[in-house]
Design a protein around this ligand. Structure first.
Ligand SMILES: Nc1ncnc2c1ncn2[C@@H]1O[C@H](COP(=O)(O)OP(=O)(O)O)[C@@H](O)[C@H]1O
Ligand SMILES: [Mg+2]
Length: 377
């Protein structure tokens, strides 16, 4: 687990970024980052490159961004290609990952070799990012919570998650056949069987992800929330894990799905229902409660991924101080300080993170100014 109490005998986290080089990434033309294995506090004014630095770590781990799907925006203005290279230590074994981005393509290299699929690349370095946009997890559309379930599914049931793209393709073909040729189109049976086979297996990965998350969310929430605030999390399953049931539902919903021009069944309708006290968090929680709940969800995600991978995943927290009121920041800092994960936090207000008694390698501070990164203290 990721939250063993810290003491001098605690071994270093088992997966750590040791050295990271950024090239033409956002506002960094070239930067070298050598973090500590534990807590890294990165401060700087707005617009200096704090989020971009975390984004670079996330990018080299996953070939994706946590703040946008428009990947070309990561390439520095005027440059044609961005790359990030990371030297990592995994269970005292050194390895390297390089992720490269050009306007048309993403590539990842693991120790100089190209993995078969980008999914294989994205699983190597488990990483969880928390950023201000994550408040959507509580307040936003169900699609945001499905993405959370998918990130966990990738680690707790990779084989099931892997069926997602085939499922979605089959479902799309079915939908197109329905809309263009009606409910009696002869190829519908074949599409529905395929969608049911792939979908039921993918649904099982979602169920497993939801179970793992629900087990961990309660304790994480309790660490952050004021005493007495009750949280309930319920997984609303959109489809079935049984092929026959899945197929029967698709058949029964042909007419409905044709009219609404979208499928009404399957993992695409999953949700996590979050209840605080007596009411739905989405509509009734205060801003502060939503923030704590979001962070608890992210810590549960971190715990699930760490557990599935067998060692603590890397944690990125962007602008965490602006997301929490001061009374909660202390609780958050305590969670970070005692986490077994390598942690990166950015802030415009480093004074909110008190210097710990422990000296030396437990914490390293950095400052960023206009894309230039420096260790401080
Ligand atoms: N592709 C890009 N090329 C050059 N600069 C960029 C690019 N994308 C964003 N920027 C700039 O990088 C700076 C740092 O952004 P960001 O990392 O979000 O800052 P911070 O998190 O410190 O507030 C901003 O001034 C932004 O305008
Ligand atoms: Mg920022």
């Amino acid at each position: 687990m990721s939250d063993s109490p810290e003491n001098p005998a605690t071994p270093p986290a088992l997966i750590v970024f040791q050295r990271v080089v950024l090239s033409e990434f956002r506002n960094f033309s070239r930067a070298v980052f050598e973090p500590t294995a534990r807590l890294n506090v990165i401060s700087g004014d707005n617009g200096q490159g704090k989020t971009s630095l975390l984004e670079a770590l996330y990018f080299v781990a996953t070939t994706k961004s946590f703040r946008t799907e428009r990947m070309p925006t990561l390439i520095r203005h005027g440059a044609s290609e961005a790359w990030v290279r990371a030297e990592l230590l995994e269970a005292s074994h050194a390895r390297e990952q390089v992720a490269t981005l050009s306007p048309g393509a993403r590539r990842g290299l693991l120790d100089g070799k190209r993995p078969k699929r980008l999914v294989d690349y994205a699983q190597r370095t488990p990483i969880v990012a928390f950023h201000p946009g994550d408040l959507e997890l509580v307040a936003g559309a169900s699609s945001v919570r499905r993405r959370l379930l998918d990130r966990v599914a990738l680690f707790v049931d990779a084989g099931g998650y892997d069926r997602k793209s085939r499922y979605e393709r089959a479902l799309k073909e079915r939908q197109r056949a329905l809309e263009e040729r009606g409910e009696r189109a002869p190829d519908l049976d074949a599409y529905e069987l395929l969608a049911a086979e792939e979908g039921a297996r993918y649904q099982l990965a979602r169920v497993r992800a939801a179970e793992a998350l629900i087990e961990l969310i309660g304790p994480q929430f309790a660490r952050l929330a004021p005493a007495g605030l009750r949280l309930e999390v319920r997984y609303v399953q959109g489809g079935s894990t049984l092929v026959q049931d899945f197929q029967r539902e698709l058949l029964a919903r042909r007419s409905k799905d044709r009219l609404r021009r979208a499928p009404s069944y399957g993992p695409g309708k999953d949700d996590l229902e979050l209840t605080l006290g007596q009411s739905l968090a989405r509509s009734h929680a205060s801003q502060g409660q939503q923030r704590i709940l979001t962070l608890a969800l992210k810590l549960a995600e971190l715990g699930c991924i760490s557990r599935a991978r067998g060692f603590p995943a890397v944690l990125l927290l962007d602008d965490v101080s602006s997301e929490l009121d001061p009374s909660r920041t202390g609780a958050v800092y305590e969670v970070l300080r005692t986490s077994a994960s390598q942690v990166f936090v950015t802030t415009t207000r480093p004074e909110l993170f008190p210097t710990p008694d422990a000296q030396g390698s437990e914490r390293q501070d950095f400052t960023i100014e206009s894309g230039t990164l420096r260790p401080s203290r």
